[in-house]
Write a new protein. Structure first.
Length: 426
């Protein structure tokens, strides 16, 4: 009896082990075949995800002539419409791979059991890096060979030189006068203080004459107004040299879709540690041949208010056309390793919509890391939309300070303060 119980228990345990190791399931599936030319190391038994939700698994992968056939087991009841895009996805740059499905168009009908679909060709990391380098080399060659890009840049530089020449003329003519005016204002303020002290003590001819208290108060008020006016003008003139402006250009390459995009903007510091940023985001190159699905919002606007204090750069406002904010942090600030910068961003917090057939119903969060060669150039890697697509960008940034634009903003501030003063006096 004991031997029988032992044998029965052993048989049950062996059966359970065979069931688990054999990947058996009580769930019902229907088969779909996807045809690829290359699956870039997609493993057997990997997950199948529809719009980010797991809906099945890979049954097997095999070669058929010059094609790779991936046989999918899709859960019964899951509807996949014709026009859907089948591609090899990854949880991160070096993470596990899965088969990703971007939903198709309901008007085209359903994909049925046993149908064969064509998969999107994946781009390997090595090919993506090589393509990015080829693009950069092509741009450099075009500029050296005086191609169309070089001609366009030359025209832009010629226009900038003309603007700079005009600004330099304004600066050279106006700056000496501003400096002389500030020196005179200092002298006037000192004299006003001396006059006021003499009036209070009754010294001098003016003090002796001002025995009438009302007259003395009127003269005091006039002197105080002159001092306030001179201090205000001095403060406004100080703003002319207080502005700092930087042009920023970012080049982004996304290897899975093969898309290259640019960000271009102006960072304006009206005072220390505070700035405004205005720019255009994801300016797409119309000559791109995109191999996969690109879910980025192209040609959007950034308008941010930021605080740059020590190792932290905190900003908020309009980010890629929607509300959001972010934080840049230098973990090794004021050390020999102060070239590494970490990034965290959040935007589109109420997102719930379809983009190119895929539903997005969670906020967008991005993270990245950058290495700065100096304060004007950096390279890095960025993981976009962590909760949804997990797309990786390789980035390069160039920034340079424009002192002429800074002085122009100072003059505009001076003019605005003058108009405000005249309005108040009226």
């Amino acid at each position: 009896m004991k031997v029988g119980v032992f044998v029965l228990t052993g048989a049950i345990l062996i059966g359970v082990a065979l069931f688990m190791l054999g990947d058996y399931s009580f769930k019902s599936y229907y088969p779909v075949k996807a045809e690829f030319s290359d699956v870039s190391g997609l493993p057997d038994k990997a997950a199948v995800k529809l719009s980010g939700v797991e809906v099945g698994k890979i049954h097997r992968i095999y070669l058929k002539r010059d094609k790779v056939i991936v046989q999918l087991d899709i859960l019964t009841g899951v509807r996949i419409y014709r026009g859907a895009k089948f591609s090899v996805g990854s949880t991160s740059v070096i993470g596990s791979k899965f088969l990703e499905i971007d939903q198709g168009d309901p008007a085209l009908g359903l994909i049925k059991a046993g149908d064969t679909v064509h998969g999107e060709e994946p781009v390997s990391l090595e090919k993506a890096v090589a393509k990015a380098l080829d693009s950069i080399q092509g741009l450099a060659s075009d500029m050296r060979a005086n191609g169309r890009t070089a001609d366009s840049l030359q025209q832009i530089l010629d226009n900038l030189r003309g603007i700079t020449a005009n600004l330099n003329e304004i600066i050279s003519n106006g700056q000496p006068h501003a400096e002389n005016l500030m020196a005179k204002l200092d002298s006037i303020s000192t004299k006003m203080d001396d006059i006021a002290s003499k009036l209070d003590s009754g010294q001098g001819v003016a003090g002796a004459l001002l025995t009438d208290s009302k007259m003395k108060d009127d003269v005091h008020a006039a002197v105080s107004n002159l001092k306030d006016a001179s201090a205000s003008v001095k403060d406004v003139l100080g703003r002319i040299n207080g502005f700092r402006t930087y042009w920023n250009w970012d080049y982004n390459y996304e290897p899975l879709s093969g898309a290259s995009k640019n960000n271009f903007g102006l960072r304006i510091y009206p005072r220390e540690n505070r700035y405004y940023y205005l720019g255009a985001d994801n300016i797409i190159n119309t000559n791109n041949k995109i191999g996969g699905t690109d879910y980025e919002v192209n040609n959007s606007v950034d308008a941010l208010l930021g605080w740059d204090v020590g190792a932290f750069d905190l900003y908020a406002g309009i980010l890629r056309g929607s509300g959001g904010g972010g934080l840049r942090w230098r973990p090794f600030y004021n050390s020999s390793w102060d070239r590494i910068e970490l990034l965290a961003e959040g935007s589109d917090l109420n997102r719930n919509r379809y983009i190119k057939g895929r539903r997005f119903n969670s906020p967008r969060f991005d993270a990245g890391a950058y290495y700065w060669f100096n304060k004007y150039a950096s390279v890095g890697m960025r993981l976009n939309d962590i909760t949804e697509t997990k797309m990786v960008d390789y980035t390069a940034r160039v920034a340079f300070e424009d002192k002429d634009i800074s002085y122009l903003f100072g003059l505009i501030s001076f003019g605005s303060a003058g108009v405000k003063g005249r309005s108040s006096s009226n």
